[in-house]
Each structure stands twice: as structure tokens, then as C-alpha cells.
Design a protein around this ligand. Structure first.
Ligand code: PMP
Ligand code: GLN
Length: 385
């Protein structure tokens, strides 16, 4: 190991390694069943691999256009029109990104200036605030209160200031599994009317909404859509989190600013994988069937914990299940997560890590994007505590 001679004034002094990396490593070290980091433990569809391989063999291996291959942008435009009744121009209003994390970082870097405020809702997905702070912005925290994690629009109103540059929303919500409904979008539209606030809408779980409820995309709300960047990720939709491909939608003026940063941030995204996804997407049943697919897993996992001492909170969307554990332990949630991983052999995410002062409702997050055998094995261990 070398020691650097540079004295570093960290831009992110409070940031360590992400909890997802920490818990997945601990799970691996302990041989625990990993229900912490959100990723499927089952294989994606071979038809998708065939399509990507075909593109490679056809010689589609050089830089694609900066905004993404036309085939994929057209497929995205078609899907968004069919689902949300919104017409986004594939040439100017859709950009393919290297996953949602890059999309979110790029959107923040494109619009947030030094000293600007960005309102986030906590529990907040862990990449938003470091991105805001890297570019010199300041996060302002609105609460999604335990146990239903609903937004309080009165509180949001009180947080608005002339320095508010952006509001970030996330539905279905990670980690809580809560949803924004049509009325929430109305409230957000009313609160931002007449301002220059950009809405960044993280909709990576757009196809994982349960109990027959429709996902309320910002894309389907014309007034909000005009001030929004909407983010999605194929990692969630097609069980390929490691491919790191997603996309953003936005009005041309917003997208043009987004692309100014995107082109010097990643420039372009993996060509054959984009082409593979474009071909695979033609069959809409593949994304339309996702809600039923994961609802079955949600039911299966909840049934596993039915006779346990965990108290399950509602899960309306995403592939995460929250649970209280006060009947089992008084430990703070981080310590409880470490204990559960080491001693019980099931790794989870402590929800306090998504709160900026570490506010702890003593709740942990399970990922149920797993094979039934994995969920059953975890269930057996969890019923034993
Ligand atoms: N936003 C949320 C809410 C997420 O849960 C995730 C990943 N799990 C991302 C963004 C990042 O997605 P990607 O892997 O496509 O970067
Ligand atoms: N978003 C995934 C989760 O919530 C993890 C992604 C990551 O590890 N950065 O678990």
C-alpha cells in the first residue's frame, strides 16, 4: 500500500462504502442468504442473451450514437406511449444511460449549481445526496413517515425556497415499497407551478406495482412531464442489474442540457446490449408480466414470515419488503442487520442508512427478487428467531 502525499479535503466527508456493498460482502463472508442488495438470484431470459450476441456477431460493436441506438430509443418511445399515453420524441427527448445511477448523477450535474437546494424524501435512495453534494448543491429533507411512508405535501411546501432547483421523487419507492398516486402528482404539480424547479422522477420499479394498481408515471402528467426528467432501468425490468443500462425521458430543452453532461460523462452505452434489449422489448408481455411475477414472490415471501416474529409492513411496489423486529430485539437496525447476517444467516438492509441523521424506526429491508428455494431457506431461518 502506498501513502498519498496529497492532503485531501473530501467533497463527501461523511460517505463510506455503500450499504449494499457492505452487506453483500458480509453475506458472502458469512455464507449468509443474501436478501440485502437488490438483485435477482435467477437467470434472465436466454432470448435476451441471444439478441445481444446476434448484435455482436453482426458487427455492431463500435460506438453507438451518443443518445443511444435508434432502435432502442424507438422501442422506449413506443412503450412509454402505450403505457402512459405520452409521446416522447425518440430523437430529442430520450437518452439511453449506463443505468439509473448514472442517469440520476448526470441529471443532477446538469441542473444543480453550487448553493442550489434539492429536496429529497427520506428514507432516500443512497445515491441522490452524494450526487447533489459532489456538484456543490445542498440536500433538503422531506419525510416519508413510518409506517406508511406517504409524502406530506404541506411539509414540502414549507421546504420550498427561491434556491430550490430540483425535487427528486421515487415511486415505487426504495426502500419502503410505497407508491405515489395520482393525487400526489397533482399536489406536486400545484406546488411547482410557476417555478423553475426541475423534477427528477426515479421510476426504476415502474413495472413492479402490485394489487392491480397502475403506476403513476410523471410522464403521464403533461404539466409535470414538462419540467421533469424521468428515469428507468432495464436492470430491474429484465433481471439484468449487471448490464447497467437505463434511460431518461425529458422535454427537449431539458434533454439537451442533460446530454451536454452525458456526452462527457459516459458518452455512450454498450452497443450490442442496447440492440439486444431493443429486440427483446418488442414483446410487451415481458415488461407487462413483471408485476404478476413479483407479486407472486411477494406473496410467497410474506407467507414464509407469517409465523415469524417479524411484523411485515405493506409492500405496494418494488421488490423490497420492510419488517419491524421489535418482538425479536432492541438492537438498533444496523446492529440487528449485522447480527441477523452473522448469527441467523440472512443478510438484510437496515433502513436507517437511508435517513440523513440515521433516524431509526427499527425496520429492516428484505429483497424478494429471489428464487422460491432461496426465499424458503431464508424463511426457515427467519421463523427460528
Ligand atoms: N434508483 C433506485 C430507487 C434503485 O433502487 C436503484 C437500484 N437498485 C437505482 C436507482 C440504480 O439503478 P441502476 O442499477 O440501473 O443504476
Ligand atoms: N439499488 C439496489 C438496492 O437498493 C442496489 C444497487 C447498488 O448496489 N448500488 O439494493
Amino acid at each position: 500500500m502506498r501513502q498519498s502525499s496529497v492532503v485531501i479535503d473530501s467533497k463527501l466527508p461523511r460517505v463510506g462504502t455503500t450499504i449494499f456493498t457492505v452487506m453483500s460482502k458480509l453475506a458472502a463472508d458469512c455464507g449468509a442468504i443474501n436478501l440485502s442488495q437488490g438483485f435477482p438470484d435467477f437467470q434472465a431470459d436466454a432470448a435476451l442473451f441471444d439478441a445481444a450476441l446476434r448484435a455482436m456477431r453482426d458487427g455492431r460493436n463500435q460506438y453507438p450514437p451518443m443518445a443511444g441506438v435508434p432502435e432502442l430509443r424507438a422501442a422506449i418511445a413506443g412503450k412509454v406511449a402505450a403505457l402512459y399515453g405520452a409521446s416522447y420524441d425518440a430523437e430529442h427527448e430520450i437518452t439511453v444511460t449506463a443505468g439509473a445511477t448514472q442517469a440520476i448523477f448526470t441529471a443532477i450535474a446538469a441542473f444543480v449549481r453550487h448553493g442550489d437546494e434539492v429536496i429529497v424524501f427520506e428514507p432516500v435512495y443512497d445515491s441522490y445526496v452524494p450526487a447533489i453534494e459532489t456538484v456543490g448543491g445542498q440536500a433538503v429533507y422531506a419525510r416519508l413517515a413510518f409506517p406508511d411512508y406517504r409524502p406530506d405535501w404541506q411539509q414540502l411546501r414549507s421546504l420550498l425556497s427561491p434556491r430550490t432547483r430540483m425535487i427528486i421523487i421515487n415511486s415505487p419507492h426504495n426502500p419502503s415499497g410505497s407508491l405515489l398516486d395520482a393525487d400526489d402528482l397533482e399536489q406536486l404539480a400545484a406546488l411547482t407551478r410557476g417555478t423553475n424547479i426541475v423534477v427528477l422522477s426515479d421510476e426504476v420499479y415502474e413495472h413492479i406495482v402490485f394489487d392491480g394498481v397502475r403506476h403513476q408515471s410523471v410522464a403521464s402528467h403533461p404539466e409535470l412531464a414538462a419540467r421533469s426528467i424521468v428515469v428507468s432501468s432495464f436492470g430491474k425490468t429484465y433481471h439484468i442489474t449487471g448490464w447497467k443500462i437505463g434511460y431518461v425521458l425529458g422535454a427537449q430543452e431539458l434533454m439537451s442540457e442533460f446530454r451536454k453532461v452525458h456526452q462527457f460523462n459516459v458518452f455512450t452505452v454498450n452497443t450490442p446490449c442496447q440492440l439486444g434489449i431493443a429486440e427483446y422489448m418488442r414483446d410487451a408481455s415481458r415488461h407487462l408480466g413483471l408485476a404478476a411475477f413479483y407479486q407472486q414472490k411477494r406473496e410467497f415471501f410474506r407467507a414464509q414470515l407469517h409465523h415469524s416474529r417479524f411484523e411485515l409492513l405493506p409492500c405496494r411496489g418494488s421488490y423490497f419488503q420492510l419488517a419491524r423486529y421489535s418482538a425479536i430485539s432492541d438492537l438498533p437496525d444496523r446492529d440487528f442487520a449485522y447480527w441477523l447476517t452473522r448469527e441467523v444467516g440472512v443478510a438484510v438492509i437496515p433502513v436507517s442508512v437511508f435517513n440523513h441523521h440515521g433516524h431509526d424506526d427499527r425496520v429492516v429491508r428484505f429483497c424478494f427478487a429471489k428464487q422460491e428455494a432461496t426465499l424458503a431457506a431464508a424463511g426457515e431461518r427467519l421463523r427460528g428467531v
